[in-house]
Write a protein that binds this ligand. Structure first.
Ligand SMILES: [Zn+2]
Length: 190
């Protein structure tokens, strides 16, 4: 996600600025601070930092954090783990012609609820899923797996599928023969 995209998101949030959760008035001012927070435990414990908005009510002086601060801290955790942020995961469906979550789940065979949790930042995808998601940021890869899924749906017992199974069987036989020869040679040399 580019800096420009993020600025748009931030100003969107800013437009419907929250009212004070204590006195429910609208006079909220925002101060951006560099927030440092611990992440992980024991030998994996690190200190991360994120620039987050702190809201302050001009009426009663109450200070609070909202979902925007939470999202920015979540992003810092994703960067630390080296995985895509939830907004980057959300961007995959948007870039590919605004696919519905159900359609995206059908094509990728991922669980629809899981995709939702990744997109909302409730759950961070593991490294293997993150590699898959990264490949899906290239729309042509989504086209490839969609064609694969649709071919199977049209004809689940197609010859292509059977031929694929035989090919695997042949390779396995070949590998077994090679493995036998390898062991015999080793024993003979000893
Ligand atoms: Zn207040």
């Amino acid at each position: 996600m580019s800096r420009q995209d993020r600025d748009v998101v931030l100003s969107d949030v800013h437009n419907d600025a929250p009212s004070c959760p204590d006195c429910e008035r609208d006079g909220i001012v925002t101060e951006w601070i560099e927030h440092r927070f611990p992440y992980g435990r024991e030998e994996n414990l690190v200190e991360l930092s994120a620039r987050i908005p702190v809201r302050r009510c001009e009426e009663c002086g109450n200070q609070f954090l909202d979902a925007e601060a939470e999202d920015l801290m979540h992003e810092a955790v994703c960067r630390h783990l080296g995985v895509m942020t939830s907004s980057e995961v959300r961007a995959i469906r948007r870039q590919s012609g605004r696919l519905s979550r159900a359609e995206f789940a059908r094509i990728t065979r991922l669980g629809e609820a899981t995709i939702g949790r990744w997109e909302r930042g409730e759950l961070i995808q593991n490294a293997a899923y993150d590699q898959l998601l990264y490949l899906l940021t290239f729309p042509e890869n989504l086209v490839r797996i969609r064609e694969r899924v649709e071919m199977r749906e049209r004809n689940p017992h197609s010859m292509t599928h059977v031929a694929g199974a035989f090919r695997v069987l042949n390779v396995t036989r070949g590998l077994r023969a090679q493995a036998r020869e390898f062991i015999l040679t080793t024993v003979g040399a000893a």
